[in-house]
Design a protein around this ligand. Structure first.
Ligand code: 2AM
Length: 173
């Protein structure tokens, strides 16, 4: 069994900017900043998947028809129960929501069980924070989402491995 999720990986400059926010927030609120190399935005969390199901995940991803889009994370906040600080979007991005809905729909049609809670786009910056933080507007951290990825959580060491990437279309307009 593999622990899997679909995610967007920020580009290098965005990762560096986000990691700097994580380090600043960890100094303020405690906790462990997520290293730059592990920063990602989860589109769909899958959990433990049996190897034969991985082909269905690939087919579902392959069928997604969505365009590239600009990501802009312009807000920082925290989840009290999960004790994480995150970067997110003040306004939902239609292109991000379209991609996520297309992927989740394709997975559901293949009988892949998904978490029932609605998509709450966020990129975790710090784990194990000691106190919650008021939402804070930040200068937007931007990148162009050109691909999305199937990612496996390593059993040991807390890292991630990209299993496969799929390209988003270049918009024709
Ligand atoms: P998080 O960053 O808010 O913890 C890999 O675990 C990724 O899947 C993380 O980005 C994590 O979100 C996300 N995720 C969503 N639901 C999850 C769950 N029930 N258990 C673990 N991770 C989950």
């Amino acid at each position: 069994m593999a622990r899997l999720f679909f995610a967007l990986w920020p580009d290098l400059p965005a990762r560096q900017a986000l990691a700097a926010h994580g380090e600043r927030l960890a100094r303020l609120a405690g906790g462990r900043p997520v290293p730059a190399s592990r920063l990602h935005l989860t589109l769909v969390f899958l959990g433990e998947i049996e190897p034969p199901r991985i082909d269905s995940l690939r087919e579902a991803a392959q069928e997604v028809e969505a365009n590239r889009f600009g990501m802009a994370l312009d807000e920082i906040g925290s989840f009290r129960h999960a004790r994480v600080a995150w970067a997110g979007l003040r306004k939902p991005s239609p292109a991000l929501l379209t991609l996520q809905a297309a992927l989740a729909g394709n997975l559901a049609r293949r009988g892949i069980e998904l978490e029932p809670r609605p998509f709450a786009p966020h990129l975790t910056l710090v784990r194990g924070i000691g106190e919650t933080m008021a939402r804070e507007e930040i200068q937007a951290v931007q990148w162009t989402a050109k691909t999305f990825s199937l990612v496996e959580t390593r059993r040991a060491g807390g890292g991630y491995d990209t299993v496969a990437d799929w390209s988003l279309r270049e918009s024709s307009v």
